[in-house]
Write a protein that binds this ligand. Structure first.
Ligand SMILES: [Cu+2]
Length: 279
C-alpha cells in the first residue's frame, strides 16, 4: 500500500479524459480510436461502436448461461442427469439467431466497405511510394505539380526542437488541401509497405509492381500522422507519414514554393493519367 493512490488517481484521470481530440496522432493512455476527420473514418468508428455493443451483449449472455449451468446443474444440485440429447426447437434457435446477428452485422459492414473501395472522382491525385525506410511523394504535372520528394522521419532531437511528436514528425510533409477528394496511388519500391492514417480511416498496401488506390476527403485543416503498417524490415517503425491539410489557397501557394524547392527531382510523372480502375 505504499503510495498506491498516485497511479490509481492518474489512471482514473486518464480514463475519464477523452483521447486528445483532433490532433491526428496517438495520445498517452488513449482508450479509443483517434478522432475521425473523414466520413469514412467516422463510419468506421460507428461500426466499431455498434459491434462493441453486440459483442458485449453476446459475451454477457454466454457468461450468464455458463453461470446458470454451473449453479443449476452441478452434481450436488442435480444428482440425476437428464438423458435428453436433441431438442429441435433449441437447435433451430441457436443456428438461426447467430445467423441473423451475422446478417445484421454484414449490412453496415458491406455498405462501409463499398464506401471505402469505390473511388470518387478525384480532385487531386498524389502518388505515395514506400521505400525501405521512408516515403516518397509525387505530385502530378497536369495538376500544377510535376515534382517529387522524399519524406524522412526527424530524429528525436529535431522533433523536440521543432515542437513536433517524436517518431511521427518528418522533414517533408505531404501537403494537401481541405475539402477536396484526394486520390492516393500507393506503390512499394522494394518490399510491401502500407500507407495507413488512422484519423482518415485509410490503410492501403504498398506492393511492388502493383498500383493500389485509396482516397480521403477532410474539411479539417491540421497535421495528421500515420505509419507504415506492414512489417517491412529493420526500420519499419521509423517511416512515419505526416499529412498537412491546408486551405486550397494555402495549397496553391505551397505548390509554387514546392515546385522551386523540389525542382531537382526528375522522377515526377503524370500520375493522374494512370488508370483509375487498376485497384
Ligand atoms: Cu514499411
Amino acid at each position: 500500500m505504499i503510495r498506491l493512490w498516485k497511479p490509481v488517481v492518474l489512471l482514473l484521470l486518464t480514463m475519464a479524459m477523452p483521447a486528445l481530440a483532433g490532433n491526428g496522432q496517438p495520445s498517452m493512455w488513449e482508450m479509443n480510436m483517434q478522432p475521425p476527420v473523414t466520413e469514412v473514418a467516422e463510419d468506421i468508428n460507428s461500426l466499431h461502436n455498434i459491434l462493441l455493443w453486440i459483442i458485449t451483449a453476446i459475451s454477457l449472455f454466454v457468461l450468464g448461461l455458463l453461470v446458470y449451468v454451473m449453479v443449476r446443474f452441478n452434481e450436488k444440485a442435480h444428482p440425476v442427469p437428464s438423458k435428453l440429447t436433441h431438442h429441435t426447437g433449441l437447435e433451430i434457435a441457436w443456428t438461426l439467431i447467430p445467423a441473423l446477428i451475422l446478417v445484421f452485422v454484414a449490412i453496415p459492414s458491406f455498405r462501409l466497405l463499398r464506401f471505402e473501395v469505390e473511388l470518387p472522382k478525384p480532385d487531386i491525385t498524389v502518388k505515395a511510394i514506400g521505400h525501405q525506410w521512408y516515403w516518397s511523394y509525387e505530385y502530378a504535372a497536369d495538376q500544377n505539380g510535376g515534382f517529387a520528394f522524399d519524406s524522412y522521419m526527424l530524429s528525436r532531437e529535431e522533433a523536440v526542437k521543432a515542437n513536433q511528436p517524436a517518431l511521427l514528425a518528418v522533414d517533408n510533409e505531404l501537403v494537401l488541401p481541405a475539402g477536396k477528394n484526394i486520390l492516393v496511388q500507393v506503390l512499394g519500391a522494394d518490399v510491401i509497405h502500407n500507407f495507413a492514417v488512422s484519423s482518415f480511416g485509410v490503410r492501403m498496401d504498398a506492393v511492388p509492381g502493383r498500383l493500389n488506390q485509396t482516397w480521403f476527403k477532410t474539411d479539417k485543416e491540421g497535421v495528421y500522422y500515420g505509419q507504415c503498417s506492414r512489417l517491412c524490415g529493420t526500420n519499419h517503425a521509423f517511416m512515419p507519414i505526416a499529412i498537412r491539410i491546408v486551405s486550397p489557397e494555402k495549397y496553391a501557394a505551397w505548390l509554387v514554393e514546392a515546385k522551386k524547392k523540389f525542382a531537382s527531382a526528375d522522377s515526377a510523372t503524370q500520375v493522374a493519367a494512370l488508370p483509375v480502375a487498376a485497384q
